[in-house]
Design a protein around this ligand. Sequence first.
Ligand code: HEC
Ligand code: HEC
Ligand code: HEC
Ligand code: HEC
Ligand code: HEC
Length: 398
Amino acid sequence: MKFFYLFLFSFALLEGATATQVDVKYQKSQNCMPCHARIVKEWQKSWHAKSHFDKDEYFRKSLEYVSRKSHKSLNATKIKCAKCHNPRIMVTQTDQDYEIAAVMGLDKESEVNKAVNSDAINEGINCVVCHNIDEIHYNYPKSKRGIDRVEWTPSGIMTGPYKDAKSPYHKIVSHEFMTKKANQLCFVCHANDRSIHGVVFTDMEAEYKASNSDEKCVDCHMGQKHKDVAATFRNYHGKARVRDVRAHTFKGAHKEDILKNALSLALKKKKSALYITLENKLPHNVPTGFGARELIVKIEFRKADGTILESKDFSLTRTYKRKRSKPSTPHLAKKQSKDTSIPAKGKKVLKISLLKDAKLVQVNVYYRLVNDEVRSLLKLKDKLWEKKFLITSKEMKL
Ligand code: HEC
Ligand code: HEC
Ligand code: HEC
Ligand code: HEC
Ligand code: HEC
């Protein structure tokens, strides 16, 4: 028995990236409510607030799948994924000794188990993730992301955009990655997402660089700057100060309304073919962000009276293979199919033959969060994952 106690002791001391304890005064967004209620409510609606495994079915089931297929304990996998999904976790690495203890069921009292189940991380990417970053290591290897790419401020110091702010509740420090260089803050996690075999299945930073754009992520995902108070606390001669602020909504592909701006569509008839052009004006690909996202181009040929002659669906998505060519999820990929996304600031043209008797063609472009293959591998139940979000549609007389 002594033997195993020794094991427990050694993994309790394990450390990877430096974790800094967040005082309970600052851990929860609820603590920010009294003075930043607007911001807290905006953030609550965002998917950053759902980045914990208990709050996102797709994330949880992917995690369980990775753990099963890679023969690693569930906790060890949770700690790997936490690097970006729950970066305030207190244990950042596990080793073989932990795996043995976990198999034996001797890890219940371990630091690893406590860290994974701690209340401190169940809000996912909350205020004290972005606003407690003190330094971003731009020069680190591309593969080092999330927790491995940053240094934290001591608990109670908030990093923010304003140089001259004062708060009675916390100290304040200002950094350029909250203003001019805010894209770098996003790229801490939204870049170089890779499988356990090192296959990079998304890289928004590379897409952005290739687009030669200087647009800011926050302009679209936190909206344009507008006038409002950053804090309701009456700190300035008995008044709350009005500032340039943005919305903490981080709207993305899980919401229909942002998808409406994602692509434009043009139809052209030439000889006996129909040319469908999809143009992407964004500084990142569409789809992007995560593997197995999908665009569906639905084409309907109709007679003059409107009856459908033929309907075809084209899927633009990526699939993944693990050993012996078995279908798999992005995180287990040894190989991935060709990239079919519409490049940033670029376009893609699909050519199809016209139907002889058709007098009208209608093209609808939809977005889906998960393609059929990955959705069925993971047995995702929530209807959200199979929902087709309409991006745009067009009709043409033939
Ligand atoms: C994903 C990163 C991220 C998270 C999570 C986040 N913020 Fe922010 N926050 C930012 C960025 C970036 C800015 C700067 C926006 C700008 O002015 O360009 C900002 C600005 C602010 C400001 C200045 C006023 C404003 O609205 O621009 C306050 C106050 C603030 N955040 C509080 C919070 C609170 C409270 C939470 C938790 C509910 C939170 N933030 C969560 C990234 C984040
Ligand atoms: C008692 C009120 C109060 C509470 C509670 C509070 N803050 Fe603040 N906070 C302020 C005030 C006041 C400012 C300065 C606003 C200004 O200057 O416009 C501020 C500013 C900020 C800023 C912007 C700093 C900058 O320099 O740009 C951030 C980020 C921030 N708070 C985060 C938080 C977070 C996260 C929490 C919860 C853990 C929190 N605050 C709780 C009052 C509070
Ligand atoms: C600490 C890591 C981290 C940082 C920093 C971060 N994000 Fe995220 N972001 C995530 C993760 C993880 C998710 C996925 C959450 C989920 O779906 O469960 C996400 C999701 C999103 C989404 C998708 C929302 C949707 O509904 O599809 C958008 C948009 C987004 N982030 C924008 C940003 C922007 C803009 C910044 C920079 C200001 C930023 N993020 C900074 C980790 C991060
Ligand atoms: C001009 C507006 C605009 C800018 C600038 C922009 N985005 Fe987006 N973003 C969108 C739209 C529209 C979508 C929905 C289409 C899609 O998912 O590809 C989106 C989707 C996303 C998603 C969800 C992708 C998915 O399919 O899961 C993330 C994450 C994201 N953006 C992050 C970023 C980051 C990081 C930057 C900065 C490098 C950025 N965006 C810059 C408009 C923008
Ligand atoms: C390099 C940072 C990083 C790591 C490490 C990471 N993720 Fe993510 N993950 C992200 C970001 C950023 C997003 C948001 C992408 C988007 O919505 O466009 C995301 C999104 C996801 C999604 C899509 C969620 C949704 O609601 O659509 C799943 C599933 C997922 N991750 C699974 C995992 C699993 C499982 C692990 C661990 C094996 C993991 N991730 C590790 C950064 C990371």
